[in-house]
Design a binder for this molecule. Structure first.
Ligand SMILES: [Fe+2]
Length: 149
């Protein structure tokens, strides 16, 4: 099965979700439930992108740290009126059609910085997907591959 760069997140389902080829839209766009996300033009500089920091290669079953940060290069506002309300991390391994929710982190405005770190263990080469939710500008995504070797 060919790997796809899109995942589908069913509304209200925070656990296991399905992949579907129909989730791929215009080049680089992705669909998350009813939300279509256009390709980021300035991924590294966009204040909403949830940048993932993870090792490129790990050992099977050994915990490693994954950090997801929104506003890493350009700070995002953190006020009651405009803030990152949630960060989610998903994992899809090369042998599965289903993305698994690694964690969902609800963030309080003004007091919680939109940066989370979580220990992760994988058994085979996987793709990590992060979603960042801005209360004004919607959901943004980012992904990285982590090899097991
Ligand atoms: Fe925003």
């Amino acid at each position: 099965m060919k790997r796809r760069k899109a995942i589908s997140l069913s509304a209200g389902v925070a656990g296991i979700t399905g992949l579907n080829a129909s989730n791929v839209f215009a080049a680089g766009s992705k669909r998350f439930g009813d939300t279509i996300i256009p390709p980021s033009k300035e991924t590294g500089k966009e204040k909403h992108v949830p940048i993932i920091d993870a090792p490129a290669s790990v050992k099977a079953g050994e915990p490693f740290s994954v950090t997801v940060e929104v506003g890493k290069t350009v700070p995002h506002p953190n006020t009651v009126e405009h803030h990152i309300s949630m960060v989610q991390l998903y994992m899809l391994n090369e042998d599965s059609q289903f993305a698994v929710n690694v964690g969902t982190f609800n963030l309080g405005p003004t007091v919680a910085s939109p940066k989370i770190t979580v220990p992760v263990m994988i058994q085979s080469t996987s793709t990590l997907y992060a979603l960042g939710y801005c209360n004004l500008h919607g959901v943004w995504d980012y992904s990285v591959d982590v090899k097991v070797g």
